[in-house]
Design a binder for this molecule. Sequence first.
Ligand SMILES: [Zn+2]
Length: 427
Amino acid sequence: MRILIKNCNLISMSEKRKKYEEAIDVLIDNGKIKKIDKNLNQQNCDKVIDATNKVVMPGLINTHTHIPMSIFRDTLDGYGLQEWLNDKIWPMEDKLNEGDIYYASLLSCIEMIKSGTTCFNDQYFMTDSIIKATLETGLRIHCTRTLMDINGDGEEKFKELEELINKYAKYNDNVKINVGIHSLYTCTKQCVEKAVELAKKYNLYIHMHFAENSKELEDIKELHNTNAPIDLLQEYFKDMDLVLAHCVKIKPEEMNKLKNLNLSVEHCPVSNLKLGCGIANIKDFIENGINVSIGTDGQGSGNNLDMFSSMAYTALLQKGINEDARLLPAYDVIKMATVNGAKALKMDDKIGSIEVGKQADLIVIDLETEMTEPINDIFSNIIYNVKANNVVTTIVNGRIVMEDREIKGINEKDIYKKCTSIIKRLA
Ligand SMILES: [Zn+2]
């Protein structure tokens, strides 16, 4: 399939191009970006998209979520993290079946496509059903079978994960499996060591929650018999590629302990705020040369999968907590949600920016609206005023998965009904 996007305003996020270019055409051929130039010939194209007055930018990359948790939206109010998991979420999760996971995942895929996300990193279980839903909608997925063993049953989870790894080993770039450790407060030393072994065996990165709140650190101290949970990172994960969600409770003086790790931090501001965890000081990570990307977390704690909202929170919070309006310019925040996300997922040679040869994951945004006109600074406009519904068209791997806000091949209302029936049954 050959698609020509005509006359767009391009934010490519490529270091090789200007930050912003007007009246540009982007040619997509067989899933990849073939040409970027002015006035490209539209002959032999299967599809031409007129993007006059619209912005084209890379699809957003959500580096930490749990997409089947769409059905747990708005269940959190009044709970703390551990209470919410123990008393509410884990008992309900025990009742979920593959069909539930599939429909809940489809709902999330709809949400992501409509809010400009083209790739996401998921951590959950019944992963095959998550992948099935994702592939049907056309999105790109990184995922795992979450490992934990404090409630027993660790062996079974390892078996499931290894099966997944083998099943999708030779799959295309739309599905990538990683080793997901839930956290150090739910995994014993033996479980962590086994997970690291598995990651080494298949050369995969490790995706784990870490330092989300103070209680977690206390629990880690007890389970791993240590006074300094931060030291466990070096002890357990030396030389491993590590992708850590949250990192809220890492102190400035502990930053030097992170420097020698191959580490990416997945900042999830909305979830951290709602769970009353505190706010990670991203400034410290960036100053120490650590890659920081953005995640929404699942809808149970993060409300939604809207990366535009998470980008705005990221920028506003860092300015606020550091009392410095110059911190995190808008362009840098867009970079966190695109280029840095690709880096975290070890796919920066393939996605994260619009460049010839890269895979065509991009979105078209309409800025001719009451909240985005007039445009003084395009990057600030995107961070502070663009909302999910400004995204009109979403393309993943050269496939148009949404055009003019219509998702191809899915009856959205049917999915809403299915998800409502699931929560009725669980209740
Ligand atoms: Zn999470």
